[in-house]
Design a protein around this ligand. Structure first.
Ligand SMILES: [Zn+2]
Ligand SMILES: [Zn+2]
Length: 215
């Protein structure tokens, strides 16, 4: 007995031919996050090494690290990535009546991610109580870790540069927004839009008509 609700992915609402909690594309996404989180967790350790550029002290306050270091610590420290992932594995164990997880190695994040991946078939079919939240949490952790571990790569494409290049032709470069600085930069004319100018940029992007290619 199935109805429409049982055929829709609980994370993205995509319909499947058979009842599933998560559709295949969402399972693939979850597996990608589980594969990359241990790598990102290692990369965050590098961000904490003295001299890596993020470890300067605030002058006059010997103990206070910069906020970015605090963010890294909050992901690597107590209550961070390892503990959050562990709670998810414990939730899966509880739902499957497997008892509390026993730990084998010292690399908790890698071990938990591997074991969550081992449970993924069951999660996708039967973990209705948590699969969508788990996927959302994996995405949040991945996004946060990625932007802290690789701040210069934390960029999002925002469309086509609205400015005129030399000769009055549209620049046409691609705009990239930085998640860390809040600025937007054109890859072609190198114009940098500071956060204070983003409203203006948004208006310019919204005003651009769709132009048919000149004959
Ligand atoms: Zn889905
Ligand atoms: Zn441009």
């Amino acid at each position: 007995m199935t109805d429409d609700a049982t055929l829709a992915c609980t994370a993205c609402s995509r319909r499947s031919a058979v009842p599933r909690v998560l559709c295949w594309p969402c399972v693939d996404r979850a597996r990608r996050y589980l594969a990359e989180l241990p790598v990102l967790h290692d990369a965050l350790a590098v961000a904490l090494v003295p001299g890596s550029g993020e470890q300067q002290r605030v002058s006059g306050s010997r103990e206070a690290p910069l906020p970015c270091v605090l963010d890294v610590l909050s992901l690597r420290g107590p209550g961070g990535m390892a503990d959050i992932l562990t709670e998810w594995l414990e939730a899966v164990h509880e739902a499957r009546e497997l008892g509390r997880p026993r730990w084998r190695g010292r690399d908790r994040v890698r071990e938990v991610c591997q074991r969550l991946d081992d449970h993924m078939s069951w999660i996708a079919l039967d973990f209705a109580a948590g699969a969508a939240d788990l996927l959302a949490e994996l995405k949040t952790l991945s996004t946060a870790a990625r932007s802290l571990a690789f701040p210069e790569r934390a960029r999002v494409p925002l469309g086509v540069c609205p400015l005129d290049a030399e000769g009055g032709q549209p620049c046409g470069g691609s705009l990239q927004g930085s998640l860390t600085s809040g600025t937007v930069r054109c890859s072609t004319c190198r114009t940098v839009w500071p956060p204070t100018h983003l409203l203006l940029l948004g208006r310019m992007l919204g005003d651009i008509p769709v132009v048919a290619k000149a004959a």
